[in-house]
Design a protein around this ligand. Structure first.
Ligand code: NAP
Ligand code: MG
Length: 402
């Protein structure tokens, strides 16, 4: 068989620990034997980030802007322990945060459904995608402890020095206050990313906030979404036969649980943080979740939703056998290859991505899986294999279909 030829390079962001080990196995076993893999390689492993004063992270994000599609391995976000472990010059920022700030995107996370791993919610037949706004609110808030009686206010000072004030509370004893913000431009790009993604997936888009209580803050989110939808997307949604609807978050929660799934649920930053862990867990596992960052101008960065699986890596370093789930990382590659194939009009590449995903799912559904899944699978013949043997089993399955 001739290898599939690519036209434009994928931006490849290598990472850390166990996922870096899986990354190489996936390339060697599942990709390079079949594709003339064209990538522009950036080593986001912590050691090289430190050597380059994190410039490599910035360069990889800029390359993503240039080429349009990236695939990223999980990376360490350093804390004090990592600074010591790696002898770092400083506690570098989260690479995901740096990349998101440059690409200005929204993160979409979707569970990968397989037979034998049944959702906790019996009515869910199709995956539910969470679209999480990744800017502002409580993540960029200022807070204050109030130690005794006194008046607290929000103050806005315009460039001419005029002040507008809003009373928060008149305290007669100790308490707490918080001030948070968002930016209309960021909310608008969040909205456009969601509408674009819904059209691409041909799935309904739900959006929920608490605008009945937060009549200015949350209401602004609701209004910006509605205005952009009516002006730019309504006709396209009608043509695609999909729907956008807004509802209160408490109503959304009740409807999500009663639903069959198969839609996109847009959430404000905090709601998305909480709901995506709930959805991932209820569908089975974080290692069975795809994750893609989509910018409003149509740039895509695919990754796994989980971390670098540090505990497994230390076992691996000691020469012990590991059974680490590579599904989310395989799907990061297939997502990126499929997108590249669509943009460059290489149908073989799109078909290859489809076949690799199917081979991965078929392998698990035939009973061969990593330990995390074998523990919860309802299949009678479910058996645990090593990290490497799982990838080899996927390859054998894939070769049958090529
Ligand atoms: P983690 O790597 O996601 O792992 C947490 C635990 O979840 C693991 O110990 C393992 O449980 C289970 N797990 C996660 N992924 C798995 C997989 N693919 N296969 C099997 N089991 C899996 O999170 P963490 O330990 O909190 O973080 C480790 C490092 O990852 C940190 O340095 C953090 O900064 C980084 N991180 C990176 C990203 C990213 O780049 N997107 C995201 C999150 C965290 P058992 O040990 O019980 O088997
Ligand atoms: Mg979280």
């Amino acid at each position: 068989m001739d290898k599939i030829i690519m036209k434009t390079p994928l931006v490849e962001m290598d990472g850390d620990e166990m996922t870096r080990v899986l990354w190489k196995m996936i390339k060697d076993e599942l990709l390079t034997p079949f594709i003339d893999l064209k990538t522009e390689y950036y080593d986001l492993g912590l050691k090289y980030r430190d050597e380059t004063d994190d410039q490599v992270t910035i360069d990889s994000a800029l390359a993503t802007k240039k080429y349009g599609v990236a695939v990223k391995c999980a990376t360490i976000t350093p804390n004090a322990a990592r600074v010591e472990e790696y002898g770092l010059k400083q506690m570098w920022k989260s690479p995901n945060g740096t990349i998101r700030a440059i690409l200005d995107g929204t993160v979409f996370r979707t569970p990968i459904k397989v037979k034998g791993i049944e959702p906790t919610v019996r009515t869910w037949k199709k995956p539910i995608t969470i679209a999480r706004h990744a800017y502002g609110d409580v993540y960029k808030a200022s807070e204050m402890k109030i130690h005794g009686a006194g008046k607290t206010e929000l103050v806005y000072t315009d460039p001419a020095g005029n002040e507008t004030r809003e009373l928060i509370h008149v305290f007669d004893g100790p308490g707490i206050i918080q001030g948070m913000h968002n930016i209309n431009a960021s909310i608008a790009s969040f909205a456009r990313s969601c509408f674009t993604y819904a059209l691409e997936k041909k799935e309904d888009l739900w959006f929920s906030t608490k605008d009945t209580i937060s009549k200015k803050y949350d209401h602004t989110f609701k209004d910006i979404f509605q205005e952009i939808f009516d002006k730019e997307y309504k006709e396209k949604f009608d043509a695609a036969g999909i729907e956008y609807f807004y509802t209160l978050i408490d109503d959304a929660v009740a409807r999500v649980i009663r639903s069959e799934g198969g839609f996109i649920w847009a959430c404000k930053n905090y709601d998305g943080d909480v709901m995506s862990d709930m959805i991932a867990t209820a569908f089975g596992s974080l290692a069975m979740m795809t994750s893609v960052l989509v910018s409003p101008d149509g740039i895509y960065e695919y990754e796994a939703a989980h971390g670098t699986v540090q505990r497994h890596y230390y076992k691996y370093l000691k020469g012990e056998e590991t059974s680490t789930n590579s599904v989310a990382t395989i799907f990061a590659w297939t997502g990126a290859l499929r997108k590249r194939g669509q943009l460059d009009e290489i149908p073989e590449l799109v078909t290859f991505a489809d076949k690799l995903e199917k081979a991965t799912i078929d392998t698990i559904e035939s009973g061969t899986m990593t330990g995390d899944l074998a523990l919860i699978s309802t299949l009678e013949n479910a058996h645990k294999v090593s990290s490497e043997d799982f990838i080899k089993a996927v390859r054998a399955q894939l070769e049958k279909t090529l």
